[in-house]
Design a protein around this ligand. Structure first.
Ligand code: C5P
Length: 221
């Protein structure tokens, strides 16, 4: 039988990760944080990883094992048996991930892993191209957006909570650069699918965004 897939895409700092985790809990679905996969590869390859020979990148990716354990808000994405370290949530690692994410070899490799996870179980899948390229058949597609200034302020608060305080101006510049890179790459650029429900989260609380997401998901299945 076809799997029930819900996709949530959007730019950095739109509130995708925390809302996706909570929505997965409310809907009783395993949650797939695909950004964590790109970040894990960035950690594995280190700075400048995107300039390594294609075969080296392909080899590193092929040697990584991705698995989902549990369901709902407690879902764990395991990379070689362990969750992504919190230290990989920084904007520095995000920028490295974004450079790798523009490479066709990386996109093809991770897309295959993501689709295979989506054949094994129902999923709430979060990222940049879930509704457009990876799961075009998804029952419900959501695109979360927000003004760049709002997204930067949220990222600064998140980074403070992680114990990595950051400068607002620097974070704003960094996420604008990362979004530009993600939106303008040739393969699977960040974009709302034509049939996505677009939610501007700028003036909304996280609870309000969660309510809008779960309502959209429940409306279709
Ligand atoms: O969502 P997160 O900030 O963790 O993603 C890190 C980077 O990984 C993004 O900036 C993007 O370049 C890449 N990514 C992607 N496709 C996805 C998820 C993330 O290209 N589905």
């Amino acid at each position: 039988a076809a799997r029930r897939i819900i996709t949530i895409d959007g730019p950095a700092g739109a509130g995708k990760t925390s809302v996706s985790r909570r929505a997965a809990g409310a809907l009783g679905l395993p949650y797939l944080d695909t950004g964590a996969m790109f970040r894990a590869l960035a950690l594995r390859l280190g700075p400048g990883g995107h300039e390594l020979p294609e075969r080296a990148i392909e080899g590193a990716l092929g040697a990584m094992a991705f698995d989902l354990a549990g369901c709902g808000a407690d879902t764990q994405l395991l990379i070689d048996g362990a969750p992504l370290p919190e230290a990989a949530r920084t904007e520095t690692v995000g920028a490295m991930a974004s450079k790798l994410a523009a490479l066709p070899v990386v996109r093809a490799g991770l897309r295959a892993v993501q689709q295979s996870l989506g054949r094994r179980a129902d999923l709430l899948a979060e990222g940049r191209d879930m509704g457009t390229a990876v799961f075009p058949q998804a029952a419900c597609k959501i695109f979360l957006d927000a003004a760049a200034e709002v997204r930067a302020a949220r990222r600064v608060r998140q980074l403070e909570a992680l114990g990595a305080p950051a400068d607002y101006g620097e974070i704003l510049a960094a996420i604008e650069a990362r979004d530009h890179q993600d939106r303008t790459r040739a393969e699977s650029p960040l974009a709302a699918a034509a049939d996505a429900v677009v939610i501007d989260t700028s003036g909304l609380t996280e609870d309000e965004v969660l309510a809008a997401v779960t309502a959209a998901a429940r409306a279709v299945a």
